[in-house]
Design a binder for this molecule. Structure first.
Ligand SMILES: [Zn+2]
Length: 478
Protein backbone atom coordinates (compact mmCIF):
# COMPACT_ATOMS: atom_id res chain seq x y z
CA UNK A 1 0.00 0.00 0.00
CA UNK A 2 1.20 3.42 -0.88
CA UNK A 3 1.88 5.47 2.21
CA UNK A 4 3.24 8.64 0.71
CA UNK A 5 2.11 11.76 2.43
CA UNK A 6 0.58 14.11 -0.05
CA UNK A 7 -0.29 17.00 2.19
CA UNK A 8 1.18 20.06 0.61
CA UNK A 9 1.39 23.67 1.42
CA UNK A 10 -1.33 25.78 -0.15
CA UNK A 11 0.74 28.94 -0.30
CA UNK A 12 3.66 27.18 -1.92
CA UNK A 13 1.35 25.66 -4.46
CA UNK A 14 -0.19 29.01 -5.25
CA UNK A 15 3.25 30.56 -5.63
CA UNK A 16 4.25 27.80 -8.02
CA UNK A 17 1.04 28.29 -9.92
CA UNK A 18 1.63 32.00 -10.24
CA UNK A 19 4.96 31.23 -11.89
CA UNK A 20 3.59 28.51 -14.10
CA UNK A 21 -0.11 28.75 -14.76
CA UNK A 22 -1.91 25.88 -16.44
CA UNK A 23 -5.33 25.23 -17.72
CA UNK A 24 -7.40 23.98 -14.79
CA UNK A 25 -8.29 20.33 -14.84
CA UNK A 26 -11.77 19.12 -14.21
CA UNK A 27 -12.57 16.25 -11.88
CA UNK A 28 -13.81 14.37 -14.86
CA UNK A 29 -10.44 14.68 -16.58
CA UNK A 30 -8.77 12.72 -13.86
CA UNK A 31 -8.44 9.02 -13.21
CA UNK A 32 -10.87 7.45 -10.78
CA UNK A 33 -9.45 7.46 -7.34
CA UNK A 34 -8.75 4.09 -5.88
CA UNK A 35 -8.36 3.17 -2.31
CA UNK A 36 -4.85 3.69 -1.04
CA UNK A 37 -3.61 5.58 -4.06
CA UNK A 38 -4.23 9.19 -3.44
CA UNK A 39 -3.60 11.23 -6.51
CA UNK A 40 -0.71 13.60 -6.70
CA UNK A 41 -2.14 17.00 -5.90
CA UNK A 42 0.48 18.74 -8.01
CA UNK A 43 -1.38 17.39 -11.05
CA UNK A 44 -4.70 18.44 -9.73
CA UNK A 45 -4.97 21.87 -8.38
CA UNK A 46 -4.15 24.45 -10.90
CA UNK A 47 -6.03 27.59 -10.23
CA UNK A 48 -4.04 30.26 -8.50
CA UNK A 49 -5.35 33.10 -10.56
CA UNK A 50 -8.85 34.31 -10.20
CA UNK A 51 -9.18 34.29 -13.98
CA UNK A 52 -8.48 30.60 -14.14
CA UNK A 53 -10.77 29.86 -11.25
CA UNK A 54 -13.52 31.90 -12.78
CA UNK A 55 -13.01 30.00 -16.02
CA UNK A 56 -13.30 26.76 -14.11
CA UNK A 57 -16.38 28.04 -12.40
CA UNK A 58 -17.91 28.98 -15.71
CA UNK A 59 -17.14 25.64 -17.32
CA UNK A 60 -18.54 23.75 -14.34
CA UNK A 61 -15.92 21.19 -13.42
CA UNK A 62 -18.12 19.60 -10.84
CA UNK A 63 -18.14 22.74 -8.79
CA UNK A 64 -21.40 23.29 -7.02
CA UNK A 65 -22.05 26.95 -7.49
CA UNK A 66 -24.04 27.54 -4.31
CA UNK A 67 -21.92 27.31 -1.18
CA UNK A 68 -25.03 27.12 0.94
CA UNK A 69 -26.98 24.66 -1.09
CA UNK A 70 -29.17 22.59 1.12
CA UNK A 71 -27.65 19.24 0.46
CA UNK A 72 -29.73 17.61 -2.21
CA UNK A 73 -27.97 16.61 -5.35
CA UNK A 74 -29.42 19.76 -6.77
CA UNK A 75 -28.72 18.97 -10.39
CA UNK A 76 -25.00 19.66 -10.13
CA UNK A 77 -24.61 16.44 -12.07
CA UNK A 78 -21.28 15.54 -10.52
CA UNK A 79 -20.88 12.01 -9.30
CA UNK A 80 -19.40 11.20 -5.93
CA UNK A 81 -16.29 9.17 -6.65
CA UNK A 82 -14.85 7.45 -3.59
CA UNK A 83 -11.65 9.01 -2.32
CA UNK A 84 -9.11 7.93 0.27
CA UNK A 85 -6.92 10.05 2.48
CA UNK A 86 -3.88 8.50 4.06
CA UNK A 87 -3.46 10.57 7.15
CA UNK A 88 -0.38 10.61 9.33
CA UNK A 89 -1.08 11.13 13.02
CA UNK A 90 1.25 12.26 15.79
CA UNK A 91 0.59 12.62 19.50
CA UNK A 92 2.22 14.66 22.22
CA UNK A 93 4.67 12.42 24.11
CA UNK A 94 2.68 12.90 27.30
CA UNK A 95 -0.63 12.11 25.65
CA UNK A 96 -1.48 8.44 25.04
CA UNK A 97 -3.14 7.62 21.72
CA UNK A 98 -2.98 4.12 20.32
CA UNK A 99 -2.91 3.18 16.65
CA UNK A 100 -6.07 1.17 17.32
CA UNK A 101 -7.88 4.16 18.75
CA UNK A 102 -7.01 6.22 15.66
CA UNK A 103 -8.35 3.37 13.51
CA UNK A 104 -11.60 3.42 15.46
CA UNK A 105 -11.93 7.19 15.12
CA UNK A 106 -11.35 7.00 11.37
CA UNK A 107 -13.80 4.11 10.96
CA UNK A 108 -16.50 6.08 12.74
CA UNK A 109 -15.70 9.25 10.80
CA UNK A 110 -15.92 7.28 7.53
CA UNK A 111 -19.29 5.87 8.55
CA UNK A 112 -20.79 9.18 9.54
CA UNK A 113 -19.70 10.83 6.32
CA UNK A 114 -21.07 7.96 4.27
CA UNK A 115 -24.40 8.01 6.07
CA UNK A 116 -27.39 10.15 5.15
CA UNK A 117 -28.68 12.25 7.98
CA UNK A 118 -32.43 12.48 8.41
CA UNK A 119 -32.62 15.71 10.41
CA UNK A 120 -30.59 17.90 8.11
CA UNK A 121 -30.27 17.85 4.33
CA UNK A 122 -27.38 15.50 3.67
CA UNK A 123 -25.66 13.56 0.93
CA UNK A 124 -23.60 10.41 1.27
CA UNK A 125 -19.87 11.12 1.13
CA UNK A 126 -17.74 8.07 0.24
CA UNK A 127 -14.50 9.36 1.72
CA UNK A 128 -12.13 7.02 3.54
CA UNK A 129 -9.70 8.20 6.17
CA UNK A 130 -6.87 5.74 6.72
CA UNK A 131 -4.05 5.96 9.18
CA UNK A 132 -0.73 6.46 7.41
CA UNK A 133 1.92 4.60 9.39
CA UNK A 134 2.22 4.36 13.15
CA UNK A 135 1.24 7.21 15.44
CA UNK A 136 4.37 9.32 15.88
CA UNK A 137 5.24 11.50 18.88
CA UNK A 138 6.33 15.11 19.39
CA UNK A 139 7.39 17.30 22.31
CA UNK A 140 7.65 20.78 20.79
CA UNK A 141 4.97 22.18 23.10
CA UNK A 142 3.38 21.34 26.42
CA UNK A 143 0.60 18.71 26.23
CA UNK A 144 -1.80 21.46 27.34
CA UNK A 145 -1.52 24.17 24.71
CA UNK A 146 -2.10 27.68 26.06
CA UNK A 147 -0.46 30.09 23.59
CA UNK A 148 -0.63 30.65 19.86
CA UNK A 149 3.17 30.27 19.78
CA UNK A 150 2.87 26.75 21.21
CA UNK A 151 0.15 25.99 18.68
CA UNK A 152 2.45 27.28 15.89
CA UNK A 153 5.05 24.76 17.03
CA UNK A 154 2.50 21.93 16.99
CA UNK A 155 1.31 22.90 13.52
CA UNK A 156 4.94 22.70 12.39
CA UNK A 157 5.13 19.03 13.39
CA UNK A 158 5.23 16.96 10.21
CA UNK A 159 1.97 15.05 10.50
CA UNK A 160 -1.49 15.60 9.06
CA UNK A 161 -3.19 15.40 12.46
CA UNK A 162 -1.56 16.19 15.79
CA UNK A 163 -3.14 15.26 19.10
CA UNK A 164 -2.61 17.14 22.37
CA UNK A 165 -4.25 16.84 25.79
CA UNK A 166 -6.03 20.19 25.87
CA UNK A 167 -6.12 23.51 24.01
CA UNK A 168 -7.12 26.66 25.89
CA UNK A 169 -7.66 30.14 24.45
CA UNK A 170 -5.89 29.43 21.16
CA UNK A 171 -6.78 28.99 17.49
CA UNK A 172 -7.26 32.61 16.59
CA UNK A 173 -9.47 33.93 19.38
CA UNK A 174 -8.69 37.64 19.51
CA UNK A 175 -11.26 38.81 22.04
CA UNK A 176 -12.08 37.95 25.62
CA UNK A 177 -15.50 36.71 24.59
CA UNK A 178 -14.38 33.86 22.43
CA UNK A 179 -11.53 32.56 24.57
CA UNK A 180 -12.38 28.95 25.22
CA UNK A 181 -11.36 25.35 25.36
CA UNK A 182 -11.20 24.20 21.77
CA UNK A 183 -11.51 20.59 20.65
CA UNK A 184 -9.84 21.10 17.31
CA UNK A 185 -8.05 23.65 15.17
CA UNK A 186 -7.28 23.56 11.46
CA UNK A 187 -5.03 25.31 9.01
CA UNK A 188 -6.47 25.31 5.51
CA UNK A 189 -4.28 23.43 3.08
CA UNK A 190 -2.13 22.29 5.99
CA UNK A 191 -2.99 20.16 8.96
CA UNK A 192 -5.17 19.91 12.06
CA UNK A 193 -4.57 19.78 15.80
CA UNK A 194 -7.07 17.92 17.97
CA UNK A 195 -7.50 17.29 21.66
CA UNK A 196 -7.32 13.74 22.91
CA UNK A 197 -11.04 13.25 23.48
CA UNK A 198 -12.31 15.06 20.40
CA UNK A 199 -15.09 12.90 18.93
CA UNK A 200 -14.80 11.52 15.38
CA UNK A 201 -17.07 14.20 13.91
CA UNK A 202 -14.62 16.83 15.16
CA UNK A 203 -11.77 15.02 13.40
CA UNK A 204 -13.83 15.08 10.20
CA UNK A 205 -14.89 18.71 10.77
CA UNK A 206 -11.28 19.87 11.16
CA UNK A 207 -10.28 17.89 8.09
CA UNK A 208 -13.08 19.72 6.29
CA UNK A 209 -11.31 22.98 7.19
CA UNK A 210 -7.99 21.54 6.01
CA UNK A 211 -9.78 20.90 2.72
CA UNK A 212 -10.82 24.54 2.80
CA UNK A 213 -14.43 24.34 3.91
CA UNK A 214 -15.98 27.21 5.89
CA UNK A 215 -18.59 26.89 8.62
CA UNK A 216 -22.23 26.38 7.72
CA UNK A 217 -24.78 26.85 10.49
CA UNK A 218 -28.13 26.43 8.76
CA UNK A 219 -28.81 23.07 10.41
CA UNK A 220 -27.60 21.74 13.79
CA UNK A 221 -26.24 18.47 12.45
CA UNK A 222 -24.13 19.98 9.69
CA UNK A 223 -20.63 18.58 9.95
CA UNK A 224 -19.22 22.05 9.31
CA UNK A 225 -21.37 23.69 12.00
CA UNK A 226 -19.35 26.33 13.87
CA UNK A 227 -20.04 24.93 17.33
CA UNK A 228 -22.35 21.90 17.39
CA UNK A 229 -21.13 18.34 18.02
CA UNK A 230 -22.72 15.01 17.02
CA UNK A 231 -22.85 16.15 13.43
CA UNK A 232 -22.59 14.36 10.12
CA UNK A 233 -24.49 16.20 7.37
CA UNK A 234 -22.69 17.54 4.31
CA UNK A 235 -23.99 19.18 1.16
CA UNK A 236 -22.67 18.41 -2.31
CA UNK A 237 -20.07 21.16 -2.15
CA UNK A 238 -18.67 19.84 1.10
CA UNK A 239 -18.82 16.26 -0.15
CA UNK A 240 -16.81 17.22 -3.23
CA UNK A 241 -14.21 18.97 -1.11
CA UNK A 242 -13.80 15.77 0.92
CA UNK A 243 -13.38 13.77 -2.28
CA UNK A 244 -10.32 15.54 -3.65
CA UNK A 245 -6.72 16.08 -2.56
CA UNK A 246 -5.79 18.69 0.02
CA UNK A 247 -7.09 21.36 -0.12
CA UNK A 248 -10.33 20.48 -1.83
CA UNK A 249 -10.29 21.50 -5.46
CA UNK A 250 -13.72 22.97 -5.31
CA UNK A 251 -12.83 25.06 -2.32
CA UNK A 252 -10.05 26.73 -4.23
CA UNK A 253 -12.55 27.90 -6.79
CA UNK A 254 -14.76 29.25 -4.03
CA UNK A 255 -11.87 30.89 -2.31
CA UNK A 256 -10.82 32.75 -5.38
CA UNK A 257 -14.30 33.92 -6.19
CA UNK A 258 -14.92 34.88 -2.56
CA UNK A 259 -11.71 36.86 -2.50
CA UNK A 260 -12.76 38.73 -5.59
CA UNK A 261 -15.74 39.82 -3.53
CA UNK A 262 -13.46 40.74 -0.61
CA UNK A 263 -14.75 38.01 1.67
CA UNK A 264 -12.51 36.19 4.13
CA UNK A 265 -10.90 32.92 3.01
CA UNK A 266 -12.28 31.09 5.99
CA UNK A 267 -15.47 32.43 7.45
CA UNK A 268 -15.64 33.27 11.11
CA UNK A 269 -18.45 31.49 12.92
CA UNK A 270 -21.59 33.21 11.86
CA UNK A 271 -24.62 33.77 14.00
CA UNK A 272 -27.55 32.05 12.51
CA UNK A 273 -30.20 33.74 14.60
CA UNK A 274 -33.08 31.54 13.57
CA UNK A 275 -31.19 28.34 14.40
CA UNK A 276 -30.01 29.71 17.73
CA UNK A 277 -33.42 30.95 18.77
CA UNK A 278 -35.02 27.57 18.21
CA UNK A 279 -32.82 25.83 20.76
CA UNK A 280 -34.46 25.04 24.12
CA UNK A 281 -32.85 27.08 26.87
CA UNK A 282 -32.14 24.14 29.18
CA UNK A 283 -30.37 22.23 26.46
CA UNK A 284 -27.69 24.81 25.90
CA UNK A 285 -26.00 23.97 29.21
CA UNK A 286 -26.18 20.21 28.80
CA UNK A 287 -24.09 19.98 25.65
CA UNK A 288 -20.47 20.01 24.79
CA UNK A 289 -19.35 22.41 22.07
CA UNK A 290 -16.54 22.64 19.58
CA UNK A 291 -15.14 25.72 21.31
CA UNK A 292 -17.01 26.11 24.59
CA UNK A 293 -20.56 27.37 25.07
CA UNK A 294 -20.68 30.03 22.33
CA UNK A 295 -21.13 33.58 23.56
CA UNK A 296 -23.56 34.17 20.69
CA UNK A 297 -25.73 31.30 21.88
CA UNK A 298 -25.61 32.44 25.47
CA UNK A 299 -26.23 36.10 24.71
CA UNK A 300 -29.34 35.11 22.86
CA UNK A 301 -30.70 33.08 25.76
CA UNK A 302 -29.53 35.47 28.41
CA UNK A 303 -32.48 37.65 27.48
CA UNK A 304 -34.57 35.04 29.26
CA UNK A 305 -32.20 33.78 31.97
CA UNK A 306 -31.32 35.93 34.93
CA UNK A 307 -27.73 35.50 36.03
CA UNK A 308 -28.82 34.96 39.68
CA UNK A 309 -30.71 31.98 38.39
CA UNK A 310 -27.55 30.69 36.74
CA UNK A 311 -25.70 30.87 40.03
CA UNK A 312 -28.43 28.91 41.82
CA UNK A 313 -28.32 26.32 39.11
CA UNK A 314 -24.55 26.08 39.34
CA UNK A 315 -24.72 25.38 43.06
CA UNK A 316 -27.18 22.52 42.58
CA UNK A 317 -25.71 21.01 39.42
CA UNK A 318 -23.96 17.64 39.88
CA UNK A 319 -22.39 17.33 36.39
CA UNK A 320 -19.02 19.05 35.93
CA UNK A 321 -19.74 19.26 32.17
CA UNK A 322 -22.90 21.29 32.79
CA UNK A 323 -21.17 23.29 35.53
CA UNK A 324 -18.41 24.19 33.05
CA UNK A 325 -21.05 25.65 30.70
CA UNK A 326 -22.84 27.46 33.53
CA UNK A 327 -19.49 28.85 34.69
CA UNK A 328 -18.78 30.12 31.22
CA UNK A 329 -22.25 31.67 31.04
CA UNK A 330 -21.73 33.43 34.39
CA UNK A 331 -18.51 34.97 33.06
CA UNK A 332 -20.25 36.08 29.88
CA UNK A 333 -23.14 37.46 31.95
CA UNK A 334 -20.61 39.47 34.02
CA UNK A 335 -22.11 38.05 37.23
CA UNK A 336 -19.76 39.37 39.91
CA UNK A 337 -21.45 37.31 42.64
CA UNK A 338 -19.98 34.18 41.03
CA UNK A 339 -16.39 35.22 41.80
CA UNK A 340 -16.48 34.02 45.39
CA UNK A 341 -17.46 30.53 44.36
CA UNK A 342 -14.81 30.36 41.60
CA UNK A 343 -12.07 31.70 43.86
CA UNK A 344 -13.02 29.17 46.54
CA UNK A 345 -12.79 26.39 44.00
CA UNK A 346 -9.34 27.48 42.75
CA UNK A 347 -8.08 27.66 46.31
CA UNK A 348 -9.33 24.24 47.36
CA UNK A 349 -9.44 21.91 44.36
CA UNK A 350 -7.12 18.92 44.80
CA UNK A 351 -6.29 15.46 43.51
CA UNK A 352 -7.03 13.67 40.27
CA UNK A 353 -9.29 15.39 37.75
CA UNK A 354 -11.06 13.95 34.76
CA UNK A 355 -11.33 16.01 31.63
CA UNK A 356 -14.75 17.47 32.52
CA UNK A 357 -13.51 18.55 35.94
CA UNK A 358 -10.44 20.15 34.40
CA UNK A 359 -12.64 21.92 31.82
CA UNK A 360 -14.71 23.32 34.67
CA UNK A 361 -11.62 24.59 36.48
CA UNK A 362 -10.31 26.21 33.29
CA UNK A 363 -13.69 27.87 32.70
CA UNK A 364 -13.56 29.20 36.27
CA UNK A 365 -10.18 30.82 35.60
CA UNK A 366 -11.40 32.30 32.29
CA UNK A 367 -14.56 33.60 34.02
CA UNK A 368 -12.46 35.19 36.77
CA UNK A 369 -10.46 36.94 34.05
CA UNK A 370 -13.68 38.26 32.52
CA UNK A 371 -15.01 39.42 35.90
CA UNK A 372 -11.85 40.83 37.50
CA UNK A 373 -12.43 44.43 36.45
CA UNK A 374 -15.85 44.44 38.14
CA UNK A 375 -14.40 43.42 41.48
CA UNK A 376 -13.46 46.69 43.20
CA UNK A 377 -11.91 44.84 46.12
CA UNK A 378 -9.31 43.50 43.62
CA UNK A 379 -9.63 40.12 45.32
CA UNK A 380 -10.23 38.49 41.92
CA UNK A 381 -7.20 40.07 40.28
CA UNK A 382 -5.09 39.20 43.33
CA UNK A 383 -6.19 35.57 43.14
CA UNK A 384 -5.29 35.35 39.45
CA UNK A 385 -1.85 36.76 40.20
CA UNK A 386 -1.28 34.43 43.11
CA UNK A 387 -2.40 31.47 41.00
CA UNK A 388 -0.02 32.50 38.19
CA UNK A 389 2.67 30.88 40.32
CA UNK A 390 2.85 27.06 40.00
CA UNK A 391 3.53 27.03 43.76
CA UNK A 392 -0.08 28.14 44.30
CA UNK A 393 -1.25 24.78 42.91
CA UNK A 394 1.56 22.64 44.29
CA UNK A 395 1.02 20.27 47.23
CA UNK A 396 -2.51 19.60 46.06
CA UNK A 397 -1.50 16.77 43.76
CA UNK A 398 -3.52 18.17 40.85
CA UNK A 399 -3.37 15.82 37.88
CA UNK A 400 -5.34 15.15 34.75
CA UNK A 401 -5.93 11.40 34.57
CA UNK A 402 -5.23 10.22 31.03
CA UNK A 403 -6.72 7.35 29.08
CA UNK A 404 -4.01 4.86 30.03
CA UNK A 405 -4.10 5.85 33.70
CA UNK A 406 -1.08 8.11 33.40
CA UNK A 407 -1.29 11.37 35.32
CA UNK A 408 -0.42 14.72 33.83
CA UNK A 409 0.65 17.21 36.50
CA UNK A 410 -1.28 20.46 36.11
CA UNK A 411 0.64 23.00 38.22
CA UNK A 412 2.50 24.77 35.41
CA UNK A 413 -0.42 24.63 32.97
CA UNK A 414 -2.84 26.11 35.49
CA UNK A 415 -0.35 28.87 36.33
CA UNK A 416 -0.11 29.72 32.63
CA UNK A 417 -3.89 29.66 32.20
CA UNK A 418 -4.10 32.18 35.07
CA UNK A 419 -1.69 34.42 33.16
CA UNK A 420 -4.05 34.06 30.20
CA UNK A 421 -6.90 35.02 32.56
CA UNK A 422 -5.01 38.20 33.41
CA UNK A 423 -4.84 38.97 29.72
CA UNK A 424 -8.64 38.91 29.57
CA UNK A 425 -9.18 41.51 32.27
CA UNK A 426 -9.94 45.12 31.56
CA UNK A 427 -8.53 46.07 34.94
CA UNK A 428 -6.11 48.97 34.22
CA UNK A 429 -3.58 47.83 36.83
CA UNK A 430 -3.03 44.48 35.14
CA UNK A 431 -0.47 45.32 32.43
CA UNK A 432 1.97 46.75 34.95
CA UNK A 433 1.48 43.77 37.26
CA UNK A 434 2.10 41.41 34.35
CA UNK A 435 5.31 43.24 33.48
CA UNK A 436 6.38 42.90 37.10
CA UNK A 437 5.59 39.20 36.99
CA UNK A 438 7.75 38.92 33.89
CA UNK A 439 10.66 40.70 35.54
CA UNK A 440 10.43 38.35 38.51
CA UNK A 441 10.26 35.31 36.25
CA UNK A 442 13.31 36.49 34.32
CA UNK A 443 15.23 37.06 37.55
CA UNK A 444 14.33 33.69 39.02
CA UNK A 445 15.00 31.71 35.82
CA UNK A 446 11.70 29.94 36.20
CA UNK A 447 11.64 26.28 35.23
CA UNK A 448 8.69 26.55 32.82
CA UNK A 449 10.07 27.81 29.48
CA UNK A 450 6.54 28.62 28.32
CA UNK A 451 5.79 31.00 31.18
CA UNK A 452 7.34 34.23 29.88
CA UNK A 453 5.93 33.79 26.35
CA UNK A 454 2.53 33.34 28.04
CA UNK A 455 2.95 36.73 29.73
CA UNK A 456 3.95 38.28 26.42
CA UNK A 457 0.79 36.97 24.76
CA UNK A 458 -1.36 38.23 27.65
CA UNK A 459 0.18 41.70 27.27
CA UNK A 460 -0.37 41.58 23.51
CA UNK A 461 -3.99 40.61 24.03
CA UNK A 462 -4.56 43.51 26.42
CA UNK A 463 -2.81 45.96 24.10
CA UNK A 464 -4.68 44.61 21.08
CA UNK A 465 -1.49 44.23 19.09
CA UNK A 466 0.03 41.56 16.88
CA UNK A 467 -2.24 38.59 16.35
CA UNK A 468 -4.71 40.16 18.77
CA UNK A 469 -5.03 43.36 16.80
CA UNK A 470 -8.51 44.36 15.77
CA UNK A 471 -9.13 42.98 12.32
CA UNK A 472 -6.09 40.71 12.47
CA UNK A 473 -6.75 37.78 10.19
CA UNK A 474 -6.36 34.34 11.63
CA UNK A 475 -5.40 31.58 9.27
CA UNK A 476 -6.66 29.04 11.74
CA UNK A 477 -10.15 28.11 12.76
CA UNK A 478 -11.60 25.77 15.39
ZN1 LIG B 1 -14.79 24.71 12.50
Amino acid sequence: METRRVRIDLNRRLENEARNPHKPLCDNDLPTTTRGSRRQPSNRVRMASSILATALWATGCGVTTDANNNGDNGGSGNEAKPFTFQISVARHVDQPLSDQRVNRVFTTANELLLSDDEECPDVSCPVTFERDGLVDTFDVSPAIVTTEAQLDAVFDVAADIKVVSLMVGVCGSPSADDVSLVLGCAFTGGSAVLVQDAPPDVWAHEWGHVQGLPHRNDCDRNLMHAFELETNAVNTTERDAFLSPTPGQNFLAFKTVFEENASPAVETPSEDESAIASKPTDDIFAQRYLAGLPSTLFNRHNLRIRSGELLNRLQQEPSPRVRANLTRALGLARELAACESFIGSCESIAGDLNIDELDELVEQIIALGRLADLDESSQTTDLLFAASDPAFWANRDLNLVLEDGRRLNLNESLARICVMGMGLTKNPTVPERLRELKRKAQASQLADPWFIPQIDEALERIAGTGKYAKGAKSVRVP
